[in-house]
Design a protein. Sequence first.
Length: 612
Amino acid sequence: MLDIFNPLIWPIWLTIGVTIALLLGLATRAAATDLLALTALTVLVVVQDLTGTPLLPNPTQAVAGFGNKGLITIALLFAVVAGLELTGGTELATGWLLSKAKNLRDTQVRMLLPVAFLSGFLNNTPVVAAMLPVVGDLGKRLTISPSRLLLPLSYAAILGGMCTLMGTSTNLLVRDEYVQYISDAKAAGAEIEMAELSFFTPAIAGIPATILGLIYIIGASKWLLPERKPAVSVGDDPQKYTVEMQVELTGPLVGKTLQEAGLRALPGLYVAEIQRADGRIEPAKPDQRLYGDDILILVGDVDSVVDLRKIRGLITPGDQARKLEIPAWRRTLVEAVVSPRCSLIGKTIREGRFRSNFNAAVVAVARGGRRLEGKLGDVRIEPGDVLLLEASKSFMHRQRGGSDFYLISSVDRGEIRRHEHAPLALGIMLVMVIAAALNWLSILSAAMLAAVAMVLTRCCTTSEARRSIDWSVLIVIGSAIGIGRAMEQSGAAALIANGLLSIAQGSELGTLVAIYIATVICTELITNNAAAMLMLPIAWTAATKVGTDPMPMVIAVMIAASASFLTPFGYQTNTMVYGVGGYRLRDYIQFGLPLSLIVGVVSIGMLTWWYQ
């Protein structure tokens, strides 16, 4: 029995303390995700280096996660997805089906089934990103509120990703760590024969959970998802998107009333307030006169904002757009969603210095379905905010691999895509999937071949493939693997596993349920990859102590780490649709809780039946 008060086991308490601090930091978003994860790993490495204790991983062992095959595969898949995205391959694969949609249910069936299927073989984040403009056009054509489509889109992508090893980065990482655990156990002299974790092994629980989950989404969204007005609308919501325009000092509008200036009859747009040059803010009335340097605070849809910028006598406040280091003909308006990893979170738009940092100017901002009060420059940036930026036409390509924004689309649809290469990109992706699924090649080899093929066939350039890699995600993964090793090596995983076993009273089913619930909670608080890497050693140790096959525990971690349906920030795709759909937190809980329960019950039931 482990003596928890033994001073010789201080590495356990250090590891647990560092892990708890990491969880709290990630849950409260105290700093960038990759910085927090790397800091936690640094503490453990430095302490081991100073003390020489064998109960913590040495520097070589701690950074071994950055050479993990799963991590390298994920990096290569970013390039594969970039080829699909830049050619419009994803839209080609789904557009023909969606063009025939007639109503809400028909649209959901035509959209969710292919999205779930595609997400089984691609990273689900770019699948959702590619579908966002398609969903916007569908909603406008069929007069369907985007809120009825966007959250189901995110959930379907998450469900589909559960079904294969390639569907989500989490499954790839867990598979490689599982293989490493078996190798370590055999090296230690254990005589064990473990089942192989193959390409479709997660489908044991993933496919039934996905089928029932999609039935629930299609059947319940009409009642459980309200018709929210989107933060970025297409003409039917003049009360969610806030924009500022300044009256030119010597322009034609000076001295005119709002009525005379024609600013009271703008379609889909209205003047909410006027900020005078001395700082006074006044409510807008038809007979109020305009003076030079007055700032008009307007509220309206995206199309109206574009039209507003054509009115003579109105300029961007501070004229930031004209200071951009790009000529006017090379600028475009871009909609972007602020990522939870954005370096500007907590800063005001003015403090963000968009012109210096991104060579872009913020034109407007919207947040979760409500109008923002006060000056645009004083708005503090939060995850999920939707920004309308004026930038160069290459901005979307330059930022695609960054961690600050989830880019939605160019407002004037000016982004250039290589549509003639779309069938080729789809063909490369299909060959990759078939080669990996039939074991002709390892997943790493197939991804490597596909990434090189995307570049050689000009579906994407070398620089575009390089920029597509999300280094923040890779740093978090590599750090989390090292921290997971420390939990196992120090004995922290055994201590936590003993606690879960005592709660489950030694029952195999109870332990499986406890592991699943603990992983879901971690996923909702932090990230899916970090949650999986922290919970996997605990699950493995718990299975060993119960004396059962660890496979169901491993798959439970896979499924639970992806089953984020309760918050906007537990999974990237949930964040992407948050502001665009005008959702509120209670929408995720109201619509996602039943789905979370369905996936949990089905997954645990299938794993128990299959491995009994």
